[in-house]
Design a protein. Sequence first.
Length: 202
Amino acid sequence: MPAGARIQENTMKENSEKLFLKKEGMLWRPVFTLARNEKKIYALLKEKGIDAYLPLRTHVNIQPVISKGKNYCYKRKLAVPMFSNYLFACLSYDSCSELQRNRSVIRVLPVSDIQEDALMNELKMIQALEIYSENAEIDVSNGIVRGTRVKFIDGQFAGWEGIAVDEADNKGFVYINISSVEANIGLRYPAMWCEAIGETAN
């Protein structure tokens, strides 16, 4: 088995056995990373002895191959992050500040004691879905599809509103049209910083 596949298999096994426990002076927090940097940050946290969780899902990659005039489809199962750009970690104030300085981390989202309880319940649900995905491919969406009215809840333009003109791409971004002064402005914005606030437009 290739080394990469073995690491992915071990990570999924570790995830299936993970217990989400409260720790004194620490909080479970979502960590927002650069695209395709989730596994890098997860490995860094593990190396530092920090409890972290990178939800994975099974994705079947189909690669068409033409050999000697015949068409074949090469299928390969991959373990990919369930949520693009996101993982979760149990962090103290100091470890959170240190992680924020990592160039692969965009932001560590703030969580209160009360919010942590809700987050931990969601992580248990995500863990069950991850186990299910080992034998059945699942699709993940943040609910934003073409025509959905959204509000930016984070980033430089927090508070602005617009209409999604496309679904999130594989890097976790949506294209938004912002209507103002009788003009439309196309803006590429992280899907996880957008909250659906209205019905899908016809």
